[in-house]
Design a protein around this ligand. Structure first.
Ligand SMILES: [Zn+2]
Ligand SMILES: [Zn+2]
Length: 257
């Protein structure tokens, strides 16, 4: 039997390892968030967005899609990791090389690029053919839970997963910033799908909420497919006329009973 070349073995190893890390992160964070929000006597914690409590069947569907997404996100990350070990990316370890300010500028750049990419990809995914084949899985959660935060059909996962690993070849970034970005992505996705608005009114009703996406904002996308396509910021939605202000009413007539 022909032996796999060592680089391919390394890639397979890191893809498997990152799959395990991504899936474990998903299960741990979502379980904790879900338990905190829906597990108490006065559930949900925060302002209610879903008419009904989460259903086990919906969570099972979200779990399956998310676990399938894990290796799809792991493969491009493993490729970038292998390339970094070979010295072929723009990842740098010495903070002094670009200065402290670049840590923040690079983080902002990555967030803005991810946000713009996701907005336009998301608009395309709502085309009839692509929706059916690549985005319907995420939208089966009309009343999403934290477990929907990573629940994508595999083509949507593939269209998303390559962006960050590709950017690390182009825009210098420190590993600490990469970790911070992954943390922001996870927390934002979990909170925006939690089924309750845990952020306080001074946030959602104030200047922060005017520009940052929250659960009240993204929940509307799950019921009114033509509004609120953004990922982190309301900028593109506002520019393109697809923004709808968050509503915190479980009696939204479009939420199925
Ligand atoms: Zn959508
Ligand atoms: Zn969503």
């Amino acid at each position: 039997m022909e032996r796999l070349a060592p680089p391919l073995l390394d890639l397979a190893f890191w893809t498997a390892a990152l799959t395990a890390i991504i899936a474990a992160r998903y299960l741990a964070v979502c379980w904790i968030a879900h338990a905190l929000i829906w597990g108490g006597k006065d559930a949900p914690a925060g302002r209610r967005l879903n008419r009904d409590p989460p259903r086990a069947a919906a969570i099972r569907h979200e779990l399956v899609l998310s676990l399938v997404s894990s290796p799809i996100y792991a493969l491009p990350a493993a490729i970038a990791f292998e390339a970094w070990r070979a010295g072929g990316t723009a990842v740098y370890l010495d903070v002094g090389r670009y200065g402290i300010a670049w840590l923040f500028v690079s983080a902002a750049l990555y967030l803005l690029i991810q946000d713009a990419y996701y907005y336009w990809l998301h608009r395309l995914l709502h085309g009839r053919w692509l929706f059916r084949h690549a985005h319907a899985g995420h939208h089966r959660s009309r009343q999403p839970t934290a477990f929907a935060s990573f629940a994508f059909d595999w083509p949507e996962a593939a269209l998303n997963a390559w962006l960050l690993p590709a950017l690390v070849f182009l825009i210098p970034i420190h590993p600490a910033v990469i970790l911070a970005l992954l943390l922001v992505a996870t927390v934002a996705a979990v909170l925006n799908h939690a089924g309750a608005e845990v952020l306080p009114p001074w946030w959602t009703e104030g200047p922060l909420g005017a520009w940052l996406i929250s659960a009240g904002h993204h929940s509307l996308h799950h019921t009114r497919y033509d509004k609120n396509f953004g990922l982190y910021f309301r900028l593109w939605d506002k520019l393109m006329g697809t923004d709808m202000a968050p509503q915190h009413s479980p009696t939204d007539p479009l939420i199925p009973a």
